[in-house]
Write a protein that binds this ligand. Structure first.
Ligand SMILES: [Cu+2]
Length: 488
């Protein structure tokens, strides 16, 4: 069998398996001939008209939100829309995205252990394909819960978030068929289930010279309250036209590695060039999303103060392992579910559909790069830059120079201990706040999403930097001109 025939066989096999798993009929007939065993038992079965495997009604209704099982618990609604849209691709042009609610990743769900999640998937009339919803945080019957939702219809199910941790949710395709396409073109997201008794305080290994002049262990402890980020990894397999390329998927031939839906989405941009005193000159090796004209698609940096507990929710949504490493840092703690897997490790491995919570504290102001430490992944998009503290003198000086009474650019950054005080952190890298979240000083509008979703971020108060930065420059020039005129 040649490679292409093999591929066709596999797709057919998956489609058949999908039909068997999620087929709308739950009744199958067994004949005596098929059983081929005890003849008297077979006679009885034959007399009954065959053996019918019928799902009890109660089973088919599992997940009913009005169930007594859910009384006295907090019910959190989580509505999603399954919809295909075009979104920009690296290098120009667009690709045929499939999304939950017009954004990649889909919205993040955050609940507390013990809450009930009422999940509704709506597929609008006119959508080209059915979609489904497979939520890894739920423990419910896969059939029929995760089955296809037809265009023009919706489906709701409920479950108790029993186990804390980070969980993938994803489209289940059309009853499993084409699931790979739907997920890898963008239909995935995460659910964060906070532990019912809260997160643990963080211990970081240090050493110090004690009163006797000896070098000794000096453990440092941080509150469980943390500044939070979320990073989701995925491979993109695209044709030149931006459609899904199954042949590349089967060959593990990655075109891009996306982090939160965008390859190289968290690297410097022309705003940083400008503030760095080198307008028009890239200050990073690759700045592929580099124009304010790109609006929500312009790359952004992640900012954190030094000495602050960072909690990063990481999910591997893709098809390849993620060797998660932060260049310049040791991961102070790795938690999966509610079990600490490692305290202080250089890199942690996530297989497909695996997650972790990484706790880290940056001590020294500077630039740190979170990568999938697989060179093919780094060079196709898995390089995410964190800036700790306010370590860039050129930017500080320029920003101070253009600060005005109206736009206190660097004052905001210095006051917050990070450039997020002036520029905000990208909206799509920040999970919804929980009880132990440290608030980000500001957010900026950023996402692999439709203009409607970007507008909703702005309506929530996120900064449209493509509007704010030109306004700051204009205001700064006006103030400078006024000062010059006053001197004359
Ligand atoms: Cu789908």
């Amino acid at each position: 069998m040649n490679k292409r025939m093999n591929l066709m066989f596999t797709i057919t096999a998956i489609a058949v398996m999908g039909g068997a798993l999620f087929g709308s009929s739950f009744t199958s007939q067994m004949t005596g001939a098929a059983l081929g065993a005890d003849s008297s038992a077979l006679q009885k079965i034959h007399a009954m008209g065959g053996l019918e495997l019928v799902m009890p009604a109660a089973f088919a209704e599992a997940g009913n939100c009005d169930s007594d099982e859910y009384a006295d618990r907090t019910v959190v609604e989580f509505p999603l829309t399954g919809v295909s849209i075009d979104l920009p691709r690296l290098g120009g042009g667009t690709f045929s995205a499939m999304t939950f609610s017009e954004q990649i990743p889909g919205p993040t769900l955050r609940v507390t252990q013990g809450d009930v999640v009422k999940m509704t998937l709506t597929v609008p009339e006119g959508e080209a394909t059915p979609h489904g919803n497979d939520m890894h945080a739920s423990q419910v019957t896969a059939v029929p819960t995760f089955g296809a939702v037809q265009p023009g219809t919706e489906k709701t199910y409920c479950y108790i978030a029993q186990v804390p941790g980070v969980y993938k949710y994803h489209c289940s395709g059309v009853n499993v068929a084409a699931m790979d396409q739907h997920v890898l073109q963008g239909m995935y997201g995460i659910a964060i289930v906070d532990p019912i008794d809260g997160y643990s305080k963080l211990m970081v290994e240090k050493t110090a010279v004690n009163a006797n002049g000896d070098v000794a262990r000096d453990r440092q402890f941080y509150s469980a309250d943390a500044l939070e980020f979320s990073l989701q990894y995925q491979q993109m397999y695209l044709t030149d036209e931006g459609t899904y390329d199954a042949t590349k998927m089967f060959a593990h031939d990655t075109v891009y590695t996306a982090v939160n839906g965008q390859p190289f989405g968290y690297v410097p941009n022309d705003i940083h060039n400008l503030l760095n005193g080198h307008p028009g000159t890239n200050i990073f090796v690759a700045q592929p999303w580099n124009s304010m004209d790109l609006h929500q698609y312009q790359s952004q940096l992640l900012f954190t103060p030094t000495g602050v507990h960072n909690r990063i929710f990481v999910e591997n949504q893709g098809n390849e392992p993620v060797f998660f490493h932060i260049v310049g840092e040791i991961l102070d703690r790795v938690t999966q579910g509610n079990r600490v897997q490692s305290g202080a490790t250089e890199t942690w491995l996530l297989g497909g559909s695996q997650n972790m919570i990484v706790d880290v504290v940056y001590d020294e102001p500077g630039i740190y790069v979170a990568v999938n430490h697989d060179y093919a992944a780094i060079y196709t998009g898995a390089a995410t830059i964190f800036v700790a503290g306010v370590p860039l003198p050129a930017i500080n000086a320029t920003a101070t120079a253009i600060s005005t009474e109206k736009y206190d650019v660097i004052g905001g950054a210095v006051g917050a201990g990070s450039y997020a005080g002036a520029l905000g952190n990208p909206y799509d890298a920040i999970p919804p706040y929980g009880e132990q979240s440290i608030m980000h000083p500001a957010k900026n509008v950023h996402c692999m999403c439709s203009d409607g979703v970007a507008a909703a971020q702005a309506a929530e108060g996120a900064i449209e930097l493509w509007v704010a930065i030109p306004a700051i420059l204009e205001e700064s020039a006006r103030v400078a001109a006024e000062a010059a005129a006053a001197e004359e």
